[in-house]
Each structure stands twice: as structure tokens, then as C-alpha cells.
Design a protein around this ligand. Structure first.
Ligand code: SAM
Ligand code: SF4
Length: 322
């Protein structure tokens, strides 16, 4: 099992498979994806030994992310290769959802168990203002299809100052009979979004207080669960999760490691640098990859130091997948 010097165990890998994205979310890629000419993303032949190495060290859950992972034509094959790796019992995907209705069946057939769909607002005009795209109806249709296929669905929603009140009341209405978990994520500061962050960051704490006042109960989570706090209410089919990276002790329950689409290990979302694994991935020597992972994990720090305004090498989250 991968364990660091602070006693944290890492059974969860977030693997980015592309930096490219077709959306222009105001907090992430407001000017759209800027191609630097290098689109040499990990191939399936490199992903296979990487996933085997992690699985052999106790990783049981893999989340595929990006950029927008559904832009990769070989996504169903990547899902299948993760799902078929011994030791992996959960394959999840984070997507903006624009391809959901068209692709969800093939992802499910390939072995996808869980889906996070990013929907920052259920108001079509706000959704367009945030993402640059008029795709809310398509995405919601895809969410229903995923639920009908028995896939566990979470909705990622970044808390943004101008929209939060109306977003939340629309979302609460929707959750009454939609069995999804809505993850309200505090906006995080990155290298590129400093001014936007200052103008739009909202703390999740007042929302937590208000949920508790309205009869929502905090759900006890397993010891190995990540840093989200989850709430349930008897009148609602859906749940609400709060992700508050600026709260005290957020990093104490860190259970994940990240690998970028170009094969760099990131010990934290806001680490100083990615640590290269690509030479070993090309060779495909699983034991050598495992030895390097164990050695590099020794460098993992206790916290992301985001509260001190430190964003490491992360210019935006599309480069690593959130
Ligand atoms: N394109 C996919 C999507 O949007 O779901 C996957 C990649 S995206 C970087 C993963 C998640 O990170 C999304 O839910 C997005 O809303 C979130 N995200 C991006 N930038 C963020 C920021 N600065 N603060 C908080 N969440 C952010
Ligand atoms: Fe693309 Fe996801 Fe970033 Fe939006 S949050 S720009 S969909 S990578």
C-alpha cells in the first residue's frame, strides 16, 4: 500500500488523459484551450503499466479526467483497460458531459462505475455564461441516461459569488427527486485565475450552517473517504457534498495521487512540479514504476498551503484534472 510519512494511504489515482478542452469555464480556461503544439498524451500502452503499478501498490479506484477526457476517441478502451486491471474495483470519470447521451452506454459497457459531471448552474443562461456553451439540456439528458444505467452520479458545481444563491435554490429543487450527489466545490486559486478568484471565491461554511439549520444531517463517511463532507435529508433523493479546500485539516484525509496526461506524478494538486514517470511508462516495467512511486511519495508534503496563497505549478486545473 502506498503510504506517506504522515500515515496517509493512497488508494485512489486521478489520471488525466488529455489537457485539451472544448469548454471555456470562466475559472479554468476563460480563453479556451491554448495548444502549445505538444499533444503527446499518454498512450494506452503507457497507461496499462501505470495502472498495473498503482493497482499492485493498493490503488483500487481510478478516476479518468482532463482537460475533457471524452475528447479522446479511445476513452472506452482506456476505461476497459483500467476496469480489467486486477485490484481496480472502481473506474470513475469526470467530464463536462457534452458527449454523455452519445457515449454513456459504451462507457458503461467498458466498465465505468461512477461519473462526475460538472454543472455549475441549472439555469441555462448562467450555464452558458460560465462555460461558453449552450449544452445544459444535453448534459442533463445524459445524467438521466447514466442514472438509468445504474451508474453512480455526482454533480460537480463550483461555488461562484454572483450565482451561488440562485444556483443553490435551483439545485435543491432538482435534488428532491434526483438521486445524485451534488458536490459544491469552493473555487480554488490557481496561477492563472488570481483576479477571478479574489472577485468570486465563496466559503462553503455558511452553506454548511444553512444546510444543518434546514434539517440536513452530516453523513458519517468511511475512514478512507476523501475530504468531502456529505449531507443527506429525508425529503430529498439527492445528497449534498461540500468540498472546502481552505478549511483546516482538509489535507489530513488526502487519499489520492495524480498523474498528468504527459506522465508526471503530482503529489498534490498544487505541487511545485510534476515528477516524471514517462521514461518508465515507455519501457512498461511495472516493478520499476512501483519503485519510483514509492521513492517519490517520500516527498509528499503535509498540506497544499493554498491558504497562504500558494498555488505551486498549477496554472489552471485543466492541466491536471482537479
Ligand atoms: N473537463 C472536465 C470537467 O469539467 O468535469 C474534467 C476536468 S475539470 C478541471 C475537473 C473539475 O475541476 C471540474 O468539476 C471543474 O469544475 C473543477 N475546477 C476547475 N477549475 C477549478 C478551480 N479553480 N476551483 C475549483 N474547481 C475547479
Ligand atoms: Fe474544461 Fe473542465 Fe476546465 Fe471547464 S472545468 S474549462 S470543462 S477542463
Amino acid at each position: 500500500m502506498l503510504e506517506d510519512k504522515f500515515g496517509r494511504r493512497f488508494h485512489y489515482l486521478r489520471l488525466s488523459i488529455t489537457d485539451v478542452c472544448n469548454f471555456r469555464c470562466s475559472y479554468c480556461l476563460p480563453d479556451g484551450y491554448q495548444c502549445d503544439g505538444d499533444r503527446d498524451f499518454l498512450s494506452k500502452a503507457e497507461i496499462r503499466p501505470l495502472v498495473q503499478a498503482f493497482a499492485g501498490l493498493g490503488t483500487s479506484k481510478i478516476r479518468l479526467t482532463g482537460g475533457e477526457p471524452s475528447l479522446r476517441k479511445d476513452l472506452p478502451e482506456i476505461i476497459a483497460l483500467c476496469a480489467q486491471t486486477p485490484g481496480v474495483d472502481k473506474v470513475a470519470l469526470t467530464t463536462n458531459g457534452f458527449k454523455l447521451p452519445q457515449m454513456i452506454q459504451s462507457w458503461a459497457d467498458a466498465g465505468l462505475n461512477a461519473l462526475n459531471v460538472s454543472i455549475d448552474s441549472l439555469d441555462p443562461r448562467q450555464f452558458k455564461a460560465i462555460t461558453g456553451h449552450n449544452k445544459l439540456d444535453t448534459i442533463l439528458k445524459g445524467v438521466d441516461e447514466a442514472l438509468a444505467l445504474g451508474i453512480k452520479v455526482k454533480i460537480n458545481s463550483v461555488l461562484l459569488r454572483p450565482y451561488s444563491e440562485s444556483t443553490l435554490s435551483l439545485a435543491m429543487e432538482w435534488l428532491k427527486d434526483k438521486p445524485v450527489s451534488l458536490r459544491l466545490i469552493e473555487l480554488m486559486q490557481t496561477g492563472d485565475n488570481q483576479a477571478f478568484f479574489k472577485a468570486n471565491h465563496l466559503s462553503g461554511q455558511p452553506i454548511k450552517d444553512s444546510l444543518l439549520r434546514q434539517g440536513w444531517l452530516q453523513v458519517l463517511r468511511e475512514k478512507t473517504a476523501g475530504p468531502a463532507q456529505e449531507f443527506a435529508h429525508p425529503d430529498y433523493a439527492g445528497r449534498i457534498g461540500l468540498i472546502m479546500p481552505y478549511s483546516k485539516d482538509f489535507c489530513k484525509s488526502c487519499n489520492r495521487l495524480r498523474v498528468s496526461a504527459k506522465g508526471k506524478l503530482h503529489l498534490c494538486l498544487f505541487a511545485d512540479q510534476g515528477l516524471d514517470l514517462r521514461d518508465l511508462l515507455r519501457d512498461g516495467d511495472v516493478k520499476a514504476i512501483q519503485a519510483r512511486l514509492v521513492e517519490l511519495l517520500g516527498r509528499k508534503e503535509a498540506s497544499h498551503w493554498l491558504d497562504k496563497g500558494y498555488t505551486g505549478a498549477t496554472s489552471q486545473l485543466a492541466m491536471l484534472g482537479g
